[in-house]
Write a protein that binds this ligand. Structure first.
Ligand code: NCD
Ligand code: ZN
Ligand code: ZN
Length: 347
């Protein structure tokens, strides 16, 4: 069989993205809207999106250049004192598609996150009852736990308990990076799923130290050993409906990355579908890309599939070293590399 030269996919959605706000939003929203029909928009702004003020944030996203036709699906940032009634009302009103659990201080702008999941048990009981998904940044924050073990430890200390206490709650293990997370999701019921980023399909932790310290390869959860990358690849390309596309595109201005204390986050939105296509092809699973990118996510969320198609063609794409943004620059994932598939646009 000869390798395909053109791919037609149902238009994909991004089930985990950081669109930021203000000038940065104006620059980055269009990159996501160019490829994806819908996106689950993360609420870790300053201050966090904890109230129906999300409706105003949604309007700012829709007003950003290049956002025509794009549907942002908003998420609520859970805090220790989140109110079950307000959460249920926001969901019923269509303001919040899902709620996000950040363990306090686990990642960028998570200082107001949850200090102990027992504090939000009443909220979780309500979410289980109304069918509202819980999206989880799955890392413990215990400083005694090695940074590379924080995801694995979260399964034992927190996630396993959530599955036991809330067996019907829809939960997404966001941006998985370990063999243990892939196995845990695979073994759990159909209400537990995971998103997979492009970077965790392509890089292992060596990328952080390739010839020197590489801040643009740094995100959270941090990339792990090669055996974990391979396990995450196998899960994403397995055909299991429990794994779907979530870029975790997380732009930070170049001076915030190239710093004595560089921010966590990789900006992958500009070449996201090209990056996934490369990984799936390398795994001999290009025929499974469409389910991962465009079907498994909406089915899990109980939303309709997009009725639009996109085309990719086999053509070299040179990823720029930098992208101009709001008076500074962003360094995209795969900067300086050449990718084998080109996103053409609507098919
Ligand atoms: N992934 C990251 O490294 N960073 C994200 C936060 C997150 O998703 O944990 C960000 O907002 O910058
Ligand atoms: Zn996260
Ligand atoms: Zn994220």
């Amino acid at each position: 069989m000869t390798a395909p030269t053109r791919l037609i996919l149902r238009r994909p959605d991004d089930w985990h993205v950081h669109l930021r706000d203000g000038d940065m939003l104006e620059v980055v929203a269009g990159y996501s809207a160019r490829q994806f029909a819908r996106a689950i928009v993360m609420p870790n702004l300053v201050p966090p999106v904890t109230t129906p003020a999300a409706a105003a944030y949604r309007e700012r996203i829709l007003a950003a250049p290049g956002s025509a036709g794009f549907t942002p699906l908003m998420t609520l940032y859970l805090t220790d004192d989140a109110d079950p009634r307000a959460v249920a009302e926001g969901h019923a009103a269509g303001i919040f598609t899902a709620a996000k659990l950040y363990p306090a201080n686990a990642t960028t702008n998570s200082a107001h996150g949850v200090t102990d999941v027992r504090n939000i048990h009443p909220v979780l009981a309500t979410m289980q009852r109304i069918g509202m998904p819980l999206l989880i940044h799955g890392e413990v924050t215990d400083p005694a736990v090695d940074v590379f073990d924080r995801e694995k430890m979260f399964i034992d200390r927190v996630f396993a308990g959530l599955v036991r206490d809330f067996p019907e709650l829809k939960m997404v293990f966001e941006h998985i990076t370990t063999a243990e997370a892939a196995e845990f999701v695979m073994a759990a019921g159909p209400n537990v799923a995971a998103t997979v980023t492009p970077q965790h399909l392509h890089i292992n932790r060596n990328a952080l130290f390739a010839g020197g310290l590489r801040p643009h390869a740094y995100c959270l959860p941090v990339a792990k050993r090669e055996e974990h990358r391979l396990a995450v690849r196998r899960a994403a390309t397995s055909g299991s409906p429990k794994f779907f596309l979530g870029t975790d595109s997380a732009p930070h201005a170049i001076e915030r990355k190239e710093s004595g204390c560089g921010c966590a986050g990789i900006f992958n939105a500009p070449f996201a579908i090209e990056s996934y296509a490369k990984a799936f092809e390398e795994e001999g699973a290009i025929d499974r890309l469409e389910a991962f990118a465009s079907e498994n996510g909406p089915r899990f969320y109980g939303l309709p599939l997009n009725e639009e198609w996109i085309a990719l063609e086999r053509a070299a794409v040179d990823v720029p070293e930098r992208i101009e943004a709001a008076g500074t620059h962003l360094v995209p994932f795969h900067a300086g590399e050449t990718l084998p598939w080109r996103y053409v646009g609507a098919a």
